[in-house]
Design a protein around this ligand. Structure first.
Ligand code: 5GP
Length: 189
């Protein structure tokens, strides 16, 4: 393990193999749902929400054997704190129109649901042919607004997670697994 990963004690919650299995399973469901709906002229548009979903998005598009196109949005979420501000702002918008396109929003994790609710409402207003959501992780205990996740990888407990794209002040995104940061005195692996 690289040394800087040790600056806080970590407990692995979802290992590399389990993540790979979840990605394959979600990609399989998406492929069978969009088979015949998308093609080279009209690829499935996968919209990754930066920065957290970049790792998941890059893995899942390679597991979907259909034509896909990528775009990204960045919205404000957590700053240096580990609690949600509840404020959603677009920091970086899509590069092209989604009108008439089949679109999937790709999220790392759904927590309060505020970010996703905003994105769904906002993007639905741009006239896509369809709009669905794929999230690697879901923290249902923290939900403040009801949101539908069409393709959900794993439900997770109400703990602050890092790794596989998820950060703590920009650190840990490069961990190849999802981990919980333990409080002082708890056991590490
Ligand atoms: P929501 O709007 O659903 O409360 O928050 C969604 C966003 O908050 C996620 O896309 C992610 O960036 C961030 N987030 C939520 N839970 C966690 C967590 O456990 N760890 C990290 N690193 N980010 C989280």
């Amino acid at each position: 393990m690289r040394d800087y990963w040790r600056s806080e004690p970590l407990r692995c919650l979802i290992g590399r193999e389990e993540i790979a299995a979840v990605v394959e399973e979600l990609a399989g469901r998406i492929s069978s749902d969009y088979q015949g709906e998308v093609g080279i002229e009209e690829p499935l548009l996968m919209v990754g929400i930066l920065k957290g979903a970049a790792t998941f998005l890059s893995d899942i598009v390679r597991a979907i054997p259909l034509p896909t196109a990528l775009d990204f949005m960045a919205v404000s979420s957590y700053g240096a704190s580990t609690t949600s501000s509840g404020v959603v702002r677009i920091l970086h918008d899509l590069g092209s129109s989604i009108e008439g396109r089949h679109v999937i929003i790709v999220e790392d994790i759904v927590d309060t649901g505020l970010t996703l609710q905003y994105l769904q409402q906002h993007l639905a207003g741009r006239g896509p042919a369809s709009l669905r959501v794929c999230a690697l992780l879901d923290k249902p205990d923290r939900r403040e607004v009801e949101v539908e996740i069409d393709y959900c990888g794993r439900q997770v407990p109400d703990e602050f997670l890092v790794g596989y794209g998820l950060d703590l002040d920009e650190r840990y995104r490069d961990l190849p697994f999802v981990a919980v940061i333990e409080s002082e005195g708890e056991e590490t692996t």
